[in-house]
Design a binder for this molecule. Structure first.
Ligand SMILES: Cc1cc2nc3c(=O)[nH]c(=O)nc-3n(C[C@H](O)[C@H](O)[C@H](O)COP(=O)(O)OP(=O)(O)OC[C@H]3O[C@@H](n4cnc5c(N)ncnc54)[C@H](O)[C@@H]3O)c2cc1C
Length: 488
């Protein structure tokens, strides 16, 4: 009889692991506490509008291709992809913005127009970013993070300095223009830390940006969740929703089962894709790998204040993805990481998917998602949310030169308290544990429990890190560990 695996949570990492494990012949069931699957990537549908509640940037299409290829499938078997051009637009002021083309030669031209000589420097930087992408994404990120030796390869020993330099030092050395530096620093924000705290080697994210481009799955990022759900069903994975796991049962230092909504379910193996900190609270203290002190000392990726907004008209002067960098980047970063508090003048991100994709809004309407990155764990009240909504709408009106407040027909906010309530997220973090030098690879929380046999972890708090592609990879790596552990 096949061994029974219970997976906690239905985020990308769990969905990925479920398919790999089912393919290996395990009897897999996913238990998800919410009504809908997808974790932080759920979809909100209301009044004819549709919103991706979490991820909106489809980067690193090669990782998705590799995932589906492992099952002899292609992303196109499940969803259609559009390459966005411009990929995104960065707003620095009313009359100062930069559109990033989907063509690298055009990006070089844009840089050169802003700073003479910068295109040559960008070209050189991007060559290194491409090499690092190949080393990282084709090799390093697929390692389980067991030991430092995984990082020492013929390719990486020559790049040791890049683990100790930082992205912000590199951009300062390369570009005088502050706006160009911010554009080049933007992709590493996906890793959850400040560019001044992110190793130079992570410039592979710049290859993901300028090299591989920004894509949009028709129907939104939730289409990818639906695709992975369908694949898992094709492989006979079972799904239980509204199924909150309350306890992981252990006997003789070995997993024996889980308690779901008060009911005991026997299982041979438990894999949890819920936030690592929460997963450990499902264990008796003696079986936990990490203490509260350990978690409190970690650099968490930001939480977010989000607004899902529907307008009853088409908006002007907007693009699919827009970064509002019209305030002080460094100051906002300090208010997230160094001195956690509500930012005085926040940068924000806006997505208007209905420009590209009709499924997001009724005709002649626009769907928008606004995101302000904030420190995890800060006070979250309706009044604070409203203050920030007014701040960003006022700026949006001014920067895009149009009146909008009277055209809002739908609005819903999402913040720290929702992340905790919906996902059992530690301090309401949005993107898990940041990828700093001391939180990279073997220095991240472990995929395999050293204290309990047949207990495994996956997701954005473990290896390789935050983001949809890394979460999919995390599911693959942990499933390989599980398969190996059962062969012993
Ligand atoms: C606002 C936002 C924007 C983002 N933007 C991007 C982007 O543009 N591009 C990108 O690549 N990435 C982005 N990310 C990051 C990306 O979404 C995440 O890294 C990824 O979705 C995490 O997947 P996961 O499997 O680790 O965890 P999750 O998606 O958090 O899944 C964990 C699941 O476990 C469930 N769970 C928790 N406790 C229990 C329990 N006790 N019992 C049962 N189930 C439980 C939760 O409900 C949840 O469904 C964004 C994230 C957020 C929040």
């Amino acid at each position: 009889m096949s061994k029974k695996i219970s997976i906690i949570g239905s985020g990308f990492s769990s969905l990925s692991a479920a398919s790999y494990l089912a393919k290996e012949g395990f009897d897999v069931t996913i238990y998800e506490k919410n009504k809908n699957i997808g974790g932080r990537a759920r979809r909100l549908s209301k009044d004819g509008f549709s919103f991706d509640m979490g991820p909106t940037w489809y980067w690193m299409p090669d990782v998705f291709e590799k995932f589906f290829a492992d099952f002899r499938k292609k992303p196109e078997d499940y969803y259609e992809l559009i390459k966005l051009s411009p990929a995104y637009k960065v707003i620095f002021d009313v009359d100062n913005s930069v559109s990033i083309s989907d063509d690298f030669n055009e990006i070089l031209q844009t840089f050169e127009e802003i700073e003479t000589g910068s295109s040559k420097k960008l070209s050189k930087f991007m060559n290194s970013a491409k090499v690092n992408y190949e080393i990282a994404i084709n090799n390093l990120v697929y390692k389980p993070g067991n030991s430092i030796t995984e990082l020492i390869t013929l390719d990486t020993v020559t790049k040791i300095d890049q683990f100790f330099g930082t992205i912000s030092k590199d951009t300062k050395r390369l570009f005088k223009n502050k706006n160009l530096r911010q554009i080049v620093e933007f992709p590493v924000l996906f890793l959850g830390a400040k560019p001044s705290n992110t190793p130079s080697f992570y410039n592979f994210m710049n290859h993901a940006d300028f090299g591989l481009g920004t894509w949009h799955p028709v129907g939104g990022m939730y289409k990818v969740v639906e695709a992975m759900h369908q694949l898992a069903l094709e492989l006979n994975v079972k799904f239980a929703t509204d199924a909150s796991v309350e306890k992981i049962l252990v006997k003789d230092k070995t997993v024996t089962g889980i308690v779901v909504n008060g009911e005991e379910i026997k299982t041979d193996i438990v894999l949890t894709g819920a936030d690592y900190h929460h997963s450990e609270t499902l264990l008796d203290i003696e079986y936990r790998n990490y203490t509260e002190k350990y978690w409190s000392k970690k650099t968490f990726a930001p939480s977010s204040l989000l607004f899902y907004v529907g307008f009853n008209k088409k908006l002007e002067n907007i693009e699919h993805h827009m970064l509002f960098f019209d305030t002080d980047f460094e100051k906002h970063a300090q208010e997230i990481y160094d001195n956690p508090k509500w930012p005085k003048e926040p940068l924000f991100y806006a997505s208007f998917p209905s420009i590209t994709d009709k499924s997001f809004a009724p005709e002649n309407h626009e769907a928008a998602t606004f995101l302000i990155p904030i420190a995890p764990g800060i006070e979250d009240t309706d009044e604070i949310r409203e203050t920030y909504f007014n701040k960003i709408i006022e700026r949006l009106e001014k920067l895009t030169n149009q009146k909008l407040t009277k055209n809002i027909v739908f609005k819903q906010s999402y913040c720290v308290n929702d992340f905790i309530e919906d996902y059992n997220s530690y301090k309401g973090n949005a993107y898990g544990l940041a990828n700093t030098l001391l939180q990279t690879a073997f220095l991240r929380p472990k995929l395999k429990s050293p204290k309990v046999k047949n207990l495994f972890f996956t997701g954005q708090l473990t290896v390789p890190g935050p983001g949809v592609p890394p979460s999919i990879i995390s599911g693959k790596i942990v499933s390989e560990l599980i398969v190996k552990s059962q062969k012993k």
